[in-house]
Write a protein that binds this ligand. Structure first.
Ligand SMILES: Cc1cc2nc3c(=O)[nH]c(=O)nc-3n(C[C@H](O)[C@H](O)[C@H](O)COP(=O)(O)OP(=O)(O)OC[C@H]3O[C@@H](n4cnc5c(N)ncnc54)[C@H](O)[C@@H]3O)c2cc1C
Length: 462
């Protein structure tokens, strides 16, 4: 049901690509919701346990206030998930057994944006404060959700964020054409009205010491995300023109947000042949960003095999369908290749003759043997590239002054332990990607809420 702005219009700007759903289409789709006896969308799809059939029934009968109330009962920030969630609920919709699932994400969009437009979304200031002083480190979706829940329960909450503005990957990773940043600002204003204090541009553990954090707060929640990017150690990696995808996306987001006046030359794809290594969401966001910057060509490679068009036998409904996904960015053009390994980068001296610049990636097809990719002899080829973006995921949370002081260092899988403590000081909890590993906005929100619940129940017990 999604409709998008025409490609030839949208690739020249960073405005949202998806159009709001039309009322008539929405009604048609809402009628397809069967109010199933066992609503898998709610029970096994949505991590937040959104009561999708109840939301849909209220929306269909025009009871916006009720639909909004049911949605907000489980989901504090539906305006984020309505834009970027892969919609795990839709993967388990009963209609999806035979035809297209009910488009729950667009319905969520209509309900929350309808609610904002009708003036139904307000700040809720807690009637009384309990005296609990909580610090949340990191203002991505997990940190915002934890802060929201603790504040609603009457805690005094301060969010520390090392970036200049709050939002984590919502602001600095995901491009504006998927999530316009005014949506984050609107929510942060509400959270501030509710009493949450944001201290941005403050790196916890560095700009404010762990000792001072311990003195100021009774409890600390680390929602610091996964700062460590997966690298590619092959010959030529150090050449100019090879960047981590997330640094590239951050530069464009900062430019759009007015935080910087221009793109660093190496983060500008204009007139360049762009190679994106990594076939996930981050890679797809690089494809869309590169087109908007005026790339000459874009190629995206993935080391894993091409997913099937439909569900494989071992991936039955109502599991999340592991199938080929084509994003709005892919529809804008470019080449996609699977089962491709990068062996090395070819380089040439830059114009000033000072530094080696990337000129191509030397690749080969791979076969999968005992779970590892093995280059297939004789399949080697070269992909010309002036800008290479490494979008191969993240290896875990960073181990900084704060995690070291609290004994909360990441384990071998890169995840922070769920709970530890500053020496002689407050308890420290971890949530979101930092504790789960790289995940999704909806899971980060859910984990922030659950962690806040744990903090509250332990604070009450203690
Ligand atoms: C490019 C990209 C595209 C994505 N697209 C999607 C998508 O379409 N849909 C989806 O569901 N998910 C998407 N994801 C994943 C999603 O964004 C993450 O799962 C989610 O943001 C994790 O939330 P978080 O709060 O745990 O961490 P983050 O969002 O990473 O936030 C962590 C925050 O902690 C701050 N921080 C770290 N250390 C400190 C410190 N010492 N002091 C102060 N602040 C600190 C960081 O600056 C950051 O702001 C995408 C991710 C990326 C990178």
């Amino acid at each position: 049901m999604s409709s998008y702005r025409p490609i030839l219009e949208r690739v020249y700007d960073f405005k949202p690509v998806e159009l709001p759903p039309l009322r008539q289409e929405l009604e048609r789709e809402l009628r397809r919701c069967q109010d199933c006896g066992v609503p898998f969308c709610h029970a096994s799809g949505c991590p937040l346990l959104n009561a999708v059939p109840e939301i849909n029934a209220a929306a269909l009968s025009g009871r916006l206030r009720t639909a909004l109330g049911v949605l907000l009962a489980t989901s504090p920030f539906p305006e984020f998930t309505a834009r970027v969630c892969p919609a795990l609920c839709e993967g388990s919709c009963v209609q999806g057994l035979h035809t297209a699932p009910v488009p729950c994400r667009q319905i969520e969009y209509a309900v929350i944006e309808g609610g904002f437009a009708a003036g139904l979304v307000h700040a809720h200031i807690p009637a009384q404060r309990t005296g609990l002083r909580a610090a949340v480190v990191g203002s991505g979706p997990a940190g915002l959700a934890a802060a929201w829940r603790l504040n609603r329960a009457g805690a005094a909450v301060t969010v520390y964020e090392k970036n200049a503005r709050p939002g984590g990957f919502l602001r600095y990773g995901i491009p504006d054409f998927k999530l316009e940043k005014s949506v984050i600002d609107r929510r942060v204003r509400l959270l501030q009205e509710e009493g949450i204090v944001f201290e941005c541009g403050v790196e916890a553990g560095a700009d404010i010491s762990s000792r001072l954090l311990g003195e100021r707060h009774d409890v600390l929640i680390l929602a610091v995300g996964t700062g460590k990017k997966r690298d590619l150690s092959v010959p030529g990696r150090d050449a100019a023109g090879i960047h981590f995808a997330v640094d590239y996306l951050t530069a464009q987001n900062k430019l759009n947000g007015g935080e910087i006046a221009g793109l660093p030359a190496d983060c500008d794809a204009a007139g360049k042949r762009v190679l994106v290594i990594g076939g996930g969401d981050t890679g797809s966001d690089c494809v869309g960003t590169a087109w908007r910057q005026g790339a000459l060509s874009v190629c995206q490679t993935e080391i894993m095999p091409k997913p099937p068009e439909g569900r494989a036998p071992g991936n039955p409904w109502p599991q999340w369908p592991r199938i080929l996904r084509t994003s709005s960015s892919h529809e804008e053009g470019g080449e996609r290749r699977w089962n491709i390994g990068t062996l090395s980068f070819a380089t040439a001296p830059d114009e000033a003759g000072r530094r080696e610049r990337v000129s191509a990636a030397n690749c080969a097809e791979v076969s999968w043997e005992s779970g590892s990719p093995v280059p297939v002899p004789g399949t080697e080829f070269s992909l010309p590239a002036d800008l290479v973006l490494l979008a191969m995921g993240f290896t875990g949370a960073e181990d900084g002054a704060l995690t070291q002081a609290s004994g909360c260092a990441p384990d071998r899988s890169g995840r922070l332990p769920r709970a530890c403590a500053l020496p002689g000081g407050p308890k420290v909890y971890a949530c979101g990607d930092a504790a789960l590993g790289p995940s999704l906005v909806v899971r980060a929100i859910d984990d922030g809420l659950r962690t806040a619940e744990r903090v509250l129940s332990e604070a009450n017990a203690g």
